[in-house]
Design a protein around this ligand. Structure first.
Ligand code: NAD
Length: 284
């Protein structure tokens, strides 16, 4: 059996029946897979992205709504939340997923404009999302679930650029502090930390690092499965991440807040270089 064969084979169920969700960065990649899974589970989904054509097409196909929303712009995020409220009168789930990779290179040569640009999306975009989602959820008096995209790079050094790593680490702190404040309103705030999912973002990085324009997602999944997963041969997929987000969005995770759900095949939890110690027993 191919351990990575999972192309959108989501069984339909109703774990989010009647709930209203916003997915930022939902036009493609992990966000798109999650938007689809949310809709299959009975949610009304607003896709907020800057890729208008892709986002509109996906929203139409899942009975959702699309809004052009650059998460670095506070007004745009406010408008996305307003759209959910105008459409269905409430907001139950906010998936702050939009993010960008890079800039790479040495810390000693970092271009600070690039760093600011990245933080304005990866960090400020998430602050905007929590700010306006929590406002709507508090007013709705029915709790809510906010999920933020961090990364395996926030847990272990050496997996991504400095600016990206800093942004993803900051998100972990932000989720904890906002979970602390918002818990009294029944609003949960959690993070996910994906790893090695062959999205456009990861493919672009791998193509540069390996100097191969013709690299395929299957090859990247294979590389991750062999070199960056404790589950030997098993790399991560968009669907793996979407299922984890669904869990945090649904009432199944009702007692979980301020948590970081790591989806990395165990990679950041152990060093397997010495795993030969498990193949024989020590005496004395
Ligand atoms: N792919 C991985 O292995 C991996 C690992 C760890 C974390 N992540 C995180 O997952 C999230 C989704 O990334 P992905 O891997 O699916 O990559 P992706 O590039 O396929 O998707 C990113 C989405 O965000 C959107 N976006 C970018 N800038 C935006 C902005 N200013 N406003 C609104 N939308 C914007 C893009 O248009 C795109 O739809 C990101 O936050 C990323 O950091 C991914």
């Amino acid at each position: 059996m191919d351990p990575n064969a999972s192309s959108r084979r989501f069984p339909s169920s109703n774990r989010l029946k009647g709930k209203v969700a916003i997915v930022t960065g939902g036009a493609r990649g992990i966000g798109a897979a999650t938007a689809e899974l949310f809709a299959k589970n009975g949610a009304y989904v607003v896709i907020a992205d800057i890729l208008d054509e892709l986002g509109t097409k996906l929203a139409d196909s899942i009975g959702g709504r699309y809004i052009h929303c650059d998460v670095s712009k506070e007004k745009d995020v406010e408008s996305a939340v307003q759209l959910a409220l105008a459409w269905k009168g409430k907001l139950d789930i906010m998936f702050n997923n939009a993010g960008i990779g890079g800039p790479g290179g040495s810390i000693s040569n970092l271009n600070m404009e690039d760093v600011r640009d990245l933080l304005s999306i990866n960090l400020f975009g998430i602050i905007h999302g929590i700010k306006y989602a929590s406002r709507a959820m508090i007013a709705g008096k029915n709790g809510g679930s906010i999920i933020c995209s961090s990364s395996s790079a926030a847990i272990m050094g050496g997996l991504a650029s400095h600016a990206y790593t800093a942004s993803k680490n900051a998100i972990l702190g932000l989720a904890k502090t906002t979970a602390c404040e918002l818990g009294v309103h029944g609003i949960r705030v959690n993070c996910i930390s994906p790893h090695g999912v062959p999205s456009e973002m990861l493919m672009a990085a791998y193509r540069i690092c390996l100097g191969r324009d013709d690299l395929t997602p299957e090859e990247v999944t294979q590389i991750v499965g062999e070199r960056a997963s404790l589950l030997r041969g098993r790399g991560g997929s968009m669907e793996d991440v979407a299922q984890a987000v669904l869990f945090l969005a649904s009432d199944d995770s009702g007692f979980i807040t301020a948590h970081n759900l790591v989806i990395d095949g165990g990679y950041t939890s152990a060093c397997s270089h010495l795993s030969s110690i498990y193949t024989f027993s020590f005496q004395g």
